[in-house]
Ligand binder design. Structure first.
Ligand code: SAH
Length: 218
């Protein structure tokens, strides 16, 4: 990124990309998106110096920004081509929202905590992406107005797959969602083929709870 915010921490960002490469991230478009996205804008100012470590970090309201290698794995799994309409549940810091903005045509993202959404909106604005729409609300209902989606990513853990998200998947669309208990989950990849939803279990994961009517009771 050539803007002033993009130039800040450029060295640290390059080292993170190199580390992710060493950890097995191969998808060039995902690595490029990570390189274009200034993660330091998405963490509280007091811990900016840690923004390019491959670790999850606190972002306030008891929530965390995920580890970059987790985002990379999520995004590699989806193998986006750049033409997709994508729904993200749990905007959080907004970091993954911007990664998605570089990898898809349109990104819709829903967050239930206003303070986080306000911060995310500011940080996203500094990234100068124009294909992101944000909404405050219970993302377990999806975002019906813009459905169907070619991909849906849930960044919080649910006891079950929320039915509205299945309903809002396009033909051939893919849904990534961590499902399980509050302490540990399996990352599921669900692919829609007509009325059939193929379920693949990918890997054990640990996410904060998805709180809402089709998730955990808030
Ligand atoms: N990918 C984000 C992860 C944030 S953590 C990042 O890296 O910053 C998960 C987020 O999901 C939290 O911000 C939490 O508030 C949000 N969340 C939990 N339940 C939700 C719901 N029902 N609707 C929308 N957002 C929800």
């Amino acid at each position: 990124m050539e803007s002033p915010v993009g130039r800040q921490y450029k060295g640290a960002r390059s080292r993170l990309i190199e580390e992710l490469r060493e950890k097995g991230v191969r998808d060039m478009s995902v690595l490029r998106a990570l390189d274009l996205t200034p993660r330091h804008l998405f963490v509280p100012t007091g811990i900016r110096h840690r923004a390019y470590e491959d670790t999850a970090l606190p972002i306030g309201s008891s929530q965390t920004i995920s580890q970059p290698s987790v985002h990379a794995r999520y995004l590699e799994t989806l193998a986006l081509k750049g033409t997709e309409r994508v729904l993200e549940i749990g905007t959080g810091s907004g970091y993954q929202t911007v990664l998605l903005a570089h990898l898809a045509a349109q990104v819709f993202s829903v967050e239930r905590i206003k303070a986080l959404l306000d911060n995310a909106r500011e940080a996203i604005k500094l990234c100068e992406v124009s294909n992101v729409s944000l909404m405050l609300g219970d993302g377990t209902y999806g975002w019906k107005a813009y459905a169907p989606y070619d991909a849906i990513l849930v960044g919080a853990a649910s006891p079950d797959v929320p039915q509205p998200l299945l309903d809002q998947l396009a033909e051939g669309g893919r849904l990534l969602v961590p499902v399980g208990s509050k302490d540990e989950q399996q990352l599921l990849l669900i692919t829609r083929k007509g009325r059939t939803f193929n379920r693949e279990t990918l890997t054990p994961v640990r996410f904060v709870p998805l709180l809402g009517d089709h998730g955990w009771n808030p």
